[in-house]
Each structure stands twice: as structure tokens, then as C-alpha cells.
Design a protein around this ligand. Structure first.
Ligand code: ADP
Ligand code: MG
Ligand code: ZN
Length: 507
């Protein structure tokens, strides 16, 4: 498969990558899409709510409060496990991960340690160097912490406040094997995982809103050697771009230290996006520090075959399956399939238009939704009930494509009609009639305009004859302008060339 985007410059000098091989493992925490929290009935709809308004004795960690398990949160992890081809544990248990921090009222987090719900999965994604498959060690369920707010009081004192609204929200942790070998692959893994989580409906996975938090463990080893080097965990990246930048920075920083003979320490570093560098946050805890032990207030969790089958039956089409359906059944290029599947709004439009008129060539539909429609979508937040942008309807988009195919509407005019239809929802026929658009494909009808444009633009004509064929593009543009975009650009181009290529003096 081709890459979704052109490879950005890696930022790491080739001389570093010739000597050292990066070894990267990625941990992702994502908030699960549920109505209530993990172990209590408090609502998870706390975004923008006043602090500490979505709390109860359970998520405040008050003594004696007892947790109960959110079934949907468990199903979301099962769904994820199935989607990444993981093995689902028939029985798992909850464990307490003990540590003290002001955002953790109980002094422990309920998590899964010895037996994760899902283990030994994988995810495949495209990169500029081809497809990469990364092993996923585990996906397990836990609860989120509260949030610390560092503020200054009106009289100038610095205070730290705790907002417990997020405390106890359901969180899934997904940990990869140390299989990732470049910063680009780290970014692509995170992008593909976000797409997957959204496609299966388990998380909104918005990085900027903290619904998906990506941490990268980075180490280097001399090329050709087996043993892993000391790893550094990098966190606080809040965009895909910063994931790539942070990993690249770490690769360079570690290479410089190793070259200078300085040993690396296992530590947690934060990414400072403004400075474009990482800084030390703390030395790394080991799992022994957490003194994990089974949660005495919850029974082991059993997942029987019937439940798992129910979850499997509801599994949505996965991005990988959708891409291969688009290429093998509909004949799209791998590139087009990747671009469309990567954007849920485009996928929705593509499926809806084809469903509305299955006789349309899929390639034409793909060009529309990935091109002009995609551009219109960028400016419009509004969605129709079937997931289309603005007020557009699939039947009208199909009508637009039919008119272009029949030669009734020029591509330039079609673009204008599309923009207006997406904004207003008005029918294509109405817009075309009101604007008086009719494609002019008859060369004789265009002959006068072509002559006028040539006469009015001697400089461009001179450029063309002086061996600059691209000057014809400018002249085509002038004819389109003079005909309000109604001219058939192909016919115009042929007519212009025919005159321009005549020996000078004949024109
Ligand atoms: P912790 O909770 O200590 O961070 P995890 O097991 O949750 O430990 O995560 C460890 C992550 O680090 C995994 O993604 C793993 O693949 C990765 N990893 C382990 N060893 C190395 C290494 N030497 N270099 C890079 N990544 C590593
Ligand atoms: Mg970690
Ligand atoms: Zn609660």
C-alpha cells in the first residue's frame, strides 16, 4: 500500500541512523465512550462542567464506598481486542496499582496487571516505506485519575486545585511490543489506532482533548546488535505531529549521549512542544514499586463465549477491511482508498453516493469526495444525519457527477455548484438553472472567445512560442473566465494549441 501522506523529513541525520537502530514501544491511554464512569454511576459528560460536579463517594475514593463494573466499558475493550486480532482472556481479575498522588484519592488505581482482557494482538498500517505490522502486547481496562489545576489566586498565591470530574472515568491502555523502528512509524501507528478506535465506536480518541494520550518508549541499539538499550519514556505529546517530533528528538539526544560515552538512565521525560525538546520529569518507577495485588472489592471478571460472540457480531467494518474492499471490489487505487478511509466524513460520503447510484464509476466518486467535497468539508462542521458534510445529500452529489459525465456541466462550474449545494442543501438542478450553467463543448461556439483571448494576451502567446508550453494553462484560464467557467476546458485547450502551433503570422 502507498503511504497516506508523503514522508516528512525525519529530522534525524542519516549518519545517526546508519550507526544506531531506534527501538520504540508505544503506550496509548484512551477514554472509552460510555455514559457513566468505570466503577460508579457518575456521568462522563463532564467536559466544560464546573469542577467536582460529577462525583460520588466511589469516584471521590471515600472510605467504605464499593465499586461496580461498567459492562459497556468491558465490551469496548473486548471489541478493541477483536479488532486487533488479540486473544481474549476467559477470566481476568482487577488489581490495585498503589501509588500516592493528589489526583488519586484512593491511593491506588483499579487496573488489570497479571491478566489483561486482551493480549497478543497486532495492527498494520502504511508508511512511506511500505506496510508495517506492530505487535500489541496487551489492552486492559482501568480508571482515569482526577485532574490537577495549577492556578494563581487574585492575591497572587500559587495554588493547586483538584477537579474530580474525570476521576474514575473508564480508560483503556494499549501497549505495543518494542516493534516500532522510526518516528514516522510511531506517528502512523497512533493515527491508525485512532482511526480504528473511532471506526469501532469505542472512543472519540481526540488527542487535543486528552481522550487519547500517546507515550513513546524509545531506546537505541548499535546496528547489527540484538540487545535493547536503556529506554526512556516520553509523554505529553498532544498531537500526531508532536509524537513524531518528540521521538526524533529523543533519537538524536540519545545518540549524542551514547557517542559521548554517557550512560542513559531509565527515566520519564516530557515533551515541550514550544521548545521542540524533551525534559526530565522523573526517574522511572518499576512495577514492584506499585505493589499490585488483587482488588478485594470486585470479583474476577469472566468473559464467556456467548458474550464474546455478541460483541463480535456487532463489530463494525475495520479500516483495513474497508481499504481492501475499496481496492479489490471497487477498483480504487491504494492511495485513494487510504485517503478516503482515513477520513470518516469522506468515507460516509463515498458510501452514500455510490449507494445512491451504483452505476457511477467509483473512481469518479472518489475524486469528488477526496477533492472538492473534501475541501468544502474542511470549512464546514455541520453534518447531515447520514454523516455527510453541510447540507449535502448523496442523491444530489450523484446528480452532479452524472451531469459532468454527460458533458452538460463543466468541471469548473460543477465545483461552484458543489460548494453552493453543500452550504445551502439546494438541489443541483435548481442551482444550475439559476446560474444558467451549460457547458460549451462546441469548438465553433468557443472560436471567437479563443481569438479574443489570444489577441489580448500577446505576452503569454510569446512565451508559448518561445518554448514555454505551460503558458497555455494561463490562456485556458482566461477563456474560462470569459465564459464564466462554462467552457469545456479540454476543448478550449485543443483550440488554443491548434492556433498557437500554427506557424507565426498565421494566427
Ligand atoms: P511501564 O508501565 O513500565 O511503562 P509497560 O510494559 O506498560 O511498562 O510499557 C513498556 C513499553 O516500553 C512497551 O511498549 C514496550 O514495548 C516498550 N519497551 C520495553 N523495552 C523497551 C526498550 N528497550 N526500548 C524501547 N521500548 C521498550
Ligand atoms: Mg509506561
Ligand atoms: Zn462517581
Amino acid at each position: 500500500m502507498t503511504a497516506v501522506r508523503a514522508a516528512p523529513p525525519t529530522g534525524v541525520p542519516a549518519s545517526v541512523l546508519e550507526r544506531y537502530e531506534p527501538v520504540i514501544g508505544i503506550e496509548v491511554h484512551c477514554q472509552l465512550r460510555t455514559a457513566s464512569k468505570m466503577f460508579c454511576g457518575c456521568s462522563t459528560d463532564y467536559d466544560g462542567a464546573p469542577p467536582n460536579t460529577h462525583t460520588c463517594p466511589v469516584c471521590l475514593g471515600l472510605p467504605g464506598a464499593l465499586p461496580t463494573i461498567n459492562r459497556l466499558a468491558v465490551e469496548h475493550v473486548l471489541t478493541t481486542g477483536l479488532a486487533i486480532d488479540a486473544t481474549i482472556a476467559a477470566t481476568t481479575r482487577w488489581e490495585r496499582k498503589n501509588y500516592f498522588y493528589p489526583d488519586l484519592p484512593k491511593g491506588y488505581q483499579i487496573s488489570q496487571y497479571a491478566i489483561p482482557l486482551a493480549a497478543a494482538g497486532r495492527l498494520t498500517f502504511g508508511t512511506s516505506g511500505g506496510d508495517v505490522t506492530v505487535g500489541i502486547t496487551r489492552a486492559h481496562l482501568e480508571e482515569d485519575t482526577a485532574k490537577l489545576v495549577h492556578a494563581t489566586t487574585p492575591d497572587g498565591r500559587k495554588v493547586s486545585l483538584v477537579d474530580f470530574n474525570r476521576s474514575g472515568a473508564p480508560l483503556m491502555e494499549i501497549v505495543t511490543e518494542p516493534d516500532v523502528r522510526s518516528a514516522e512509524a510511531a506517528r502512523r501507528y497512533a493515527e491508525e489506532l485512532q482511526l480504528l478506535l473511532r471506526a469501532i465506536g469505542v472512543s472519540n480518541a481526540d488527542m487535543e482533548r486528552g481522550q487519547m494520550r500517546v507515550e513513546a518508549n524509545v531506546s537505541l541499539r548499535p546496528r547489527g546488535t540484538e540487545a535493547f538499550g536503556t529506554r526512556v519514556e516520553v509523554k505529553n505529546m498532544n498531537s500526531f505531529r508532536s509524537v513524531e517530533r518528540a521521538v526524533n528528538f529523543e533519537i538524536e539526544r540519545q545518540a549524542a549521549a551514547l557517542d559521548a560515552g554517557q550512560p542513559l538512565v531509565q527515566e520519564t521525560r516530557g515533551w515541550d512542544d514550544g521548545r521542540g525538546s524533551t525534559y526530565q520529569m522523573r526517574l522511572k518507577e518499576t512495577s514492584e514499586d506499585y505493589r499490585y495485588f488483587p482488588e478485594p472489592d470486585l470479583p474476577p471478571l469472566k468473559v464467556d463465549a456467548v458474550w464474546l460472540d455478541e460483541v463480535r457480531a456487532r463489530l463494525a467494518e475495520l479500516p483495513t477491511a474497508r481499504r481492501s474492499r475499496y481496492t479489490s471490489e471497487l477498483g480504487l487505487s491504494a492511495y485513494d482508498a487510504a485517503v478516503i478511509v482515513a477520513d470518516p466524513a469522506m468515507s460516509a460520503a463515498f458510501s452514500a453516493v455510490l449507494a445512491s447510484d451504483p452505476s457511477l464509476p467509483p473512481k469518479e466518486v472518489a475524486n469528488l469526495v477526496a477533492g472538492d467535497y473534501g475541501r468544502a468539508a474542511k470549512e464546514i462542521q455541520e453534518r447531515t444525519p447520514d454523516g455527510l458534510v453541510g447540507r449535502s445529500s448523496a442523491a444530489e452529489l450523484a446528480e452532479l457527477l452524472r451531469r459532468v459525465a454527460a458533458g452538460e456541466l463543466s468541471r469548473a462550474n460543477a465545483k461552484e455548484v458543489l460548494g453552493e449545494h453543500v452550504r445551502s442543501g439546494e438541489a443541483v438542478s435548481g442551482i444550475v438553472a439559476a446560474r444558467g450553467f451549460r457547458q460549451i463543448s462546441d469548438a465553433s461556439a468557443l472560436s471567437d472567445v479563443v481569438d479574443e483571448v489570444l489577441a489580448a494576451n500577446p505576452a503569454a502567446v510569446g512565451d508559448y512560442r518561445a518554448g514555454k508550453p505551460q503558458a497555455v494553462g494561463f490562456l485556458v484560464g482566461q477563456v474560462m473566465k470569459a465564459t464564466r467557467g462554462q467552457a469545456n476546458a479540454g476543448v478550449v485547450q485543443a483550440a488554443l494549441r491548434e492556433r498557437l502551433d500554427r506557424p507565426a503570422g498565421d494566427a
